[in-house]
Write a new protein. Structure first.
Length: 197
């Protein structure tokens, strides 16, 4: 990114600005869900990215596959329109009542206190964190950071495992990562299945 832009932003650049400015000199917007995708800027003067090139590139394949599956295989949806995205944000209630707090707190939901409480209540609870290196929506280091700052005893830290992939937010959209994700999840289930013990 241009040094002048980073300094003018006082080192505080949000995701949308990063996506817009990373390849701005080439007139490109960087993908949010997978930063390996790029697309032409919609508005070269916009402050933030106007769209996600990754979604634009592959979403139609998922919508088509879903429509075909539900209509042909499941026999559902005759005469219905499938909407891949709807705006629920305007009606979403951004409140959460963490453990030990007598009331709900408005704002961005943080469930880390809930996870810490669950792990303390059930010390046998195992956690698997999976992430893609090229994900700007849920950056891979963010999950690592949150888990390493979870308010749990050191004795429970070994209950958390991490796996990362050469992919973006939708790990399964990269074939080699899909196979690795499958194998990692299957192994996690086998290792943590207490029904067979």
């Amino acid at each position: 990114m241009p040094v002048a832009y980073v300094l003018k932003s006082d080192l505080r650049i949000n995701g949308g600005q990063f996506e817009k400015m990373l390849q701005d000199a080439q007139g490109l917007t960087t993908g949010r869900l997978d930063s390996r995708f790029s697309g032409p800027d919609m508005d070269p003067l916009s402050r933030e990215a106007d769209y996600d090139p990754q979604s634009a590139a592959i979403s139609s394949a998922y919508v088509s596959a879903f429509n075909d599956y539900v209509r042909r295989s499941l026999g559902y949806g005759e005469g219905k329109v499938y909407k891949p995205e709807i705006d629920v944000g305007k009606d979403w209630k951004f409140e959460h009542q963490p453990p030990g707090v007598p009331f709900a707190i408005p704002g961005a939901t943080n469930v880390m206190p809930d996870l810490a409480a669950a792990m303390k209540y059930n010390p046998g609870l195992k956690i698997m964190v999976n992430g893609g290196y090229f994900d700007l929506a849920t950056p891979f280091y963010e999950g690592w950071y949150e888990m390493h700052h979870l308010q749990i005893p050191d004795s429970l830290r070994s209950n958390i495992e991490f796996s990362y992939y050469q992919s973006g937010h939708m790990v399964y959209a990269h074939e080699a990562s899909l196979k690795a994700l499958h194998d990692n999840i299957a192994g996690f289930i086998r290792r943590t299945d207490n029904l067979s013990r």
